[in-house]
Design a protein around this ligand. Structure first.
Ligand SMILES: C[S@@+](CC[C@H](N)C(=O)[O-])C[C@H]1O[C@@H](n2cnc3c(N)ncnc32)[C@H](O)[C@@H]1O
Length: 241
C-alpha cells in the first residue's frame, strides 16, 4: 500500500510534470466532499478525468465552525476524517492519492491527517509540492513577497493583531472573510496586494494603499463570489516605509 499527497496548485493548469506522473501511476484518488464547497471537488474531478484516475469521494465529517475549544474541535474533526480515509485505504489497497489544493505545506491538514492514517495502516507515503496561493498572488502582482533581505510573516486574520503587536511589517494573510477585509480600515496607510479566486475564471486582483482601495477590494471579493459561487482570497500587507 502506498499513499501520495499531491499538491495541485489552483487547478489543472498547475499540475506539475512530477504530480502528473504520480497521478498516472496511482490506482485511485481520495477526496473529501464538502456540502458547502463542492466546486473544489469538481476541480479535483476534472484533474482525475484528465489523468484517467478514479475519484473516490468521502463525505467530510461535520465541523463546528464556531467552537468554544478550537484545538479540541479541530483534533476531533481530524480524527473523524482519519477514520473515514483509513477505511477506504484498507479496503482498496494499492496506491491512493490525495489532491491537496495549492501546496500541502500551507494551512492544510492533509499531511497531519493522512500521514497519520498511512502510518496506522502500514502504507509508505510521500508528499509532492504544488503552487500555493501566496506564490500565485506574488506572480500575478509581479512582486517579491518581501523587500530585499527582509522576512515575510504568514498568518490568518485571527492572529493578525498578534503579528502587528510583534511589529511584523510584511504580512501575508490567508483564510480571511469579508469582515476581515473591512477590518483593514485600521491599516489605512499600509500597502496591500490582494487576490481572490486566483488561477480560476473568476480571479480578481487589487493593489494600492489600503485606504484608497478598500471599497474596490470589497466589491471585487463580492464579484468573485457572485461569479464562482465561492470565494477564497489572500493578501500581502506592507507597513508604510
Ligand atoms: C485551507 S487554505 C489552503 C492553502 C493552500 N494549501 C495553499 O497552498 O495556498 C485556504 C486559503 O488559501 C487561500 N487560497 C486558496 N486558494 C486560493 C485562490 N485560488 N485564490 C486566493 N486565495 C486562495 C485563501 O486565503 C484561503 O482562505
Amino acid at each position: 500500500m502506498k499513499v501520495r499527497l499531491l499538491g495541485v496548485g489552483m487547478g489543472p493548469q498547475h499540475v506539475t510534470v512530477e504530480v502528473a506522473r504520480a497521478l498516472r501511476s496511482c490506482d485511485y484518488v481520495v477526496a473529501a466532499s464538502k456540502s458547502d464547497n463542492d466546486e473544489l471537488l469538481a476541480i479535483r474531478q476534472a484533474i482525475c478525468e484528465e489523468y484517467g484516475v478514479e475519484l473516490v469521494a468521502v463525505p467530510d465529517p461535520m465541523r463546528d465552525r464556531d467552537p468554544g475549544d478550537y484545538p479540541a474541535t479541530v483534533a476531533a474533526w481530524h480524527d473523524a476524517r482519519a477514520a473515514a480515509y483509513a477505511e477506504v485505504i484498507r479496503e482498496r489497497a494499492g496506491t491512493a492519492a490525495f489532491l491537496v489544493w495549492g501546496d500541502p505545506s500551507l494551512y492544510d491538514s492533509t499531511i497531519r491527517v493522512v500521514g497519520r492514517v498511512a502510518e496506522s495502516v502500514g502504507a509508505d507515503w510521500d508528499v509532492l509540492p504544488g503552487v500555493s496561493a501566496p506564490s500565485l498572488l506574488a506572480a500575478r502582482h509581479r512582486i517579491v513577497l518581501h523587500e530585499v533581505g527582509q522576512p515575510v510573516h504568514i498568518t490568518s486574520p485571527r492572529r493578525l493583531p498578534e503579528a502587528l503587536a510583534q511589529d511584523e511589517t510584511n504580512i501575508v494573510v490567508m483564510l480571511g472573510n469579508e469582515a476581515d477585509l473591512t477590518a483593514l480600515v485600521a491599516l489605512g496607510e499600509w500597502s496591500i496586494w490582494w487576490g481572490a479566486n486566483l488561477g480560476t475564471g473568476s480571479e480578481e486582483l487589487v493593489s494600492g494603499q489600503v485606504a484608497d482601495v478598500l471599497a474596490d477590494l470589497v466589491a471585487a471579493r463580492a464579484r468573485a463570489k457572485q461569479a464562482a459561487g465561492w470565494v477564497m482570497d489572500v493578501h500581502l500587507l506592507r507597513a508604510p516605509a
